[in-house]
Design a binder for this molecule. Structure first.
Ligand code: SAH
Ligand code: MG
Length: 213
């Protein structure tokens, strides 16, 4: 078996062409460091989310966990002009920053930031969505998946970030609550015959589950 690994300098070469942040996003990372944790997706994950939005022909996208609005900008830029992203955030300081960034990016009409506990907002939203991106508290992932299964159309996609959890998911000695929650998420997507699931080794691990018709 051949094992492939892209060398670091090749990753840079590719990244410059496909995954680069523009000045608006670079500046946003810097400014957000004063507001909250820089735990947004990696730029290759952001670019991948944009590709998924385009490849699935998504018009309605739902994101659980907004933070600074970084992944929201990648996805909203990939939507058609009549598309819409609903993104859910608990912390007001994060939601405030994200709304400012989305305004600066000219995307404020294409994105709605919903404040409050995601599980409560999820009850009020109506499908069908084409794509759901789960990236909030890890303890909530399985509940978000359950609601996503009700909201996503057949053929739509459910995506989850941090499914490697910096390698902790595969460390049998690690039993931290978030690690256990992420293992339960893996069990839930692999054990569900309505889903075709895969994990991409980008960023902190990205699970992609296609909802079968
Ligand atoms: N998707 C973002 C990163 C999200 S980080 C990006 O890549 O740019 C996770 C976010 O989820 C944080 O902003 C955190 O405040 C939010 N969060 C945590 N628990 C939540 C909950 N129960 N409901 C809604 N948002 C929550
Ligand atoms: Mg994440």
């Amino acid at each position: 078996m051949t094992r492939y690994e892209i060398p670091t300098d090749t990753r840079s070469w590719i990244g410059e062409r496909y995954w680069s942040d523009d000045e608006l996003l670079r500046d946003a990372h810097r400014r957000f460091a004063e507001v909250g944790p820089n735990i947004e997706v990696s730029n290759d994950t952001g670019a991948f989310l944009a590709t998924l939005v385009r490849a699935s022909g998504a018009r309605r996208v739902l994101e659980v966990g907004t933070l600074m609005g970084y992944s929201a900008v990648w996805m909203a830029r990939a939507l058609p002009a009549d598309g819409h992203l609903d993104t859910l955030e608990l912390v007001d300081a994060h939601a405030d920053f994200a709304e400012g960034l989305l305004r600066d990016a000219g995307l404020d009409e294409r994105v709605t930031v919903h404040r409050g506990l995601a599980i409560e907002t999820l009850r009020t939203l109506e499908g069908p969505y084409d794509l759901v991106f789960i990236d909030a508290d890890k303890g909530g992932y399985v509940d978000y998946l359950e609601r996503a299964l009700e909201l996503v159309r057949p053929g739509g996609v459910i995506v989850a970030d941090n499914v490697s959890w910096s390698g902790r998911v595969a460390d049998p000695g690690n039993e931290e609550p978030d690690t256990l929650a992420l293992r339960r998420y893996h069990d839930a997507i692999t054990g569900n015959s309505r889903l075709h699931s895969n994990v991409l080794p980008i960023g902190d691990g990205v699970a992609v589950s296609v909802v079968l018709g």
